[in-house]
Write a protein that binds this ligand. Structure first.
Ligand code: ADP
Length: 181
């Protein structure tokens, strides 16, 4: 499968569906023979960014590190999937500028829906004050103003979200059109 390298950056609140869409999208791309890597924000915090907290400065450092690795992979022809809350607009723009081949996906569900899902039980703990600086509760989330794709995960299925992203990758020339035909 001939395809170009690109970073697919999935931003959104905790529980919005970034990881779920990443897994489904990764499976679909791999089944088509694409080279895919995933740089998961939480996983990067466990290794490359161990010790960083959730201040704006630490979050920005984490995102710059992810962006750096993603840039190396992207320029080597990999489709890099990055599910990361990445709440700050400015740092997302910076990473986009460095990488160039960058598709921003706003994985969007209302806070109330994310909180009801509470996949990891973190919202409950944040509301109880056990976790500080939790995005959406007592820390900001700056939604993208002009994302290439928006997946409304409270209204659309996982498959619909994946198809939208695949379609955009094809439209932008990162995938040959036969993949989604
Ligand atoms: P995040 O990675 O953004 O923190 P997760 O993917 O871990 O979020 O959790 C999202 C939850 O929402 C999962 O339990 C998933 O099954 C559910 N979900 C329901 N509908 C959708 C959808 N259309 N897209 C993605 N996730 C969905």
């Amino acid at each position: 499968m001939e395809h170009k390298g690109v970073t697919v950056w999935l931003t959104g609140l905790s529980g919005a569906g970034k990881s779920t869409i990443t897994v489904a999208l990764g499976e679909k791309l791999r089944a088509e023979g694409c080279k895919v890597e995933v740089l998961d924000g939480d996983e990067i915090r466990e290794n490359l960014s161990k010790g960083l907290g959730f201040s704006k400065a630490d979050r920005d450092t984490n995102i710059r590190r992810i962006g750096f690795v993603s840039q190396l992979l992207t320029r080597n022809g990999v489709i890099v999937l990055v599910p990361a809350i990445s709440p700050y607009r400015e740092i997302r723009a910076e990473v986009r500028g460095r990488i160039g081949d960058f598709v921003e996906v706003f994985v969007n569900a209302p806070l109330s829906v994310c909180e009801d899902r509470d996949v990891k039980g973190l919202y409950k703990r944040a509301r109880a004050g056990e976790i500080k600086q939790f995005t959406g509760i007592d820390d900001p989330y700056e939604h993208p103003l002009n994302p290439e794709v928006e997946c409304r995960t409270d209204l659309e299925t996982i498959e619909a979200g994946v198809d939208k992203i695949m379609g955009k990758l094809e439209e932008l020339g990162y995938l040959p059109s036969k993949v989604t035909a």
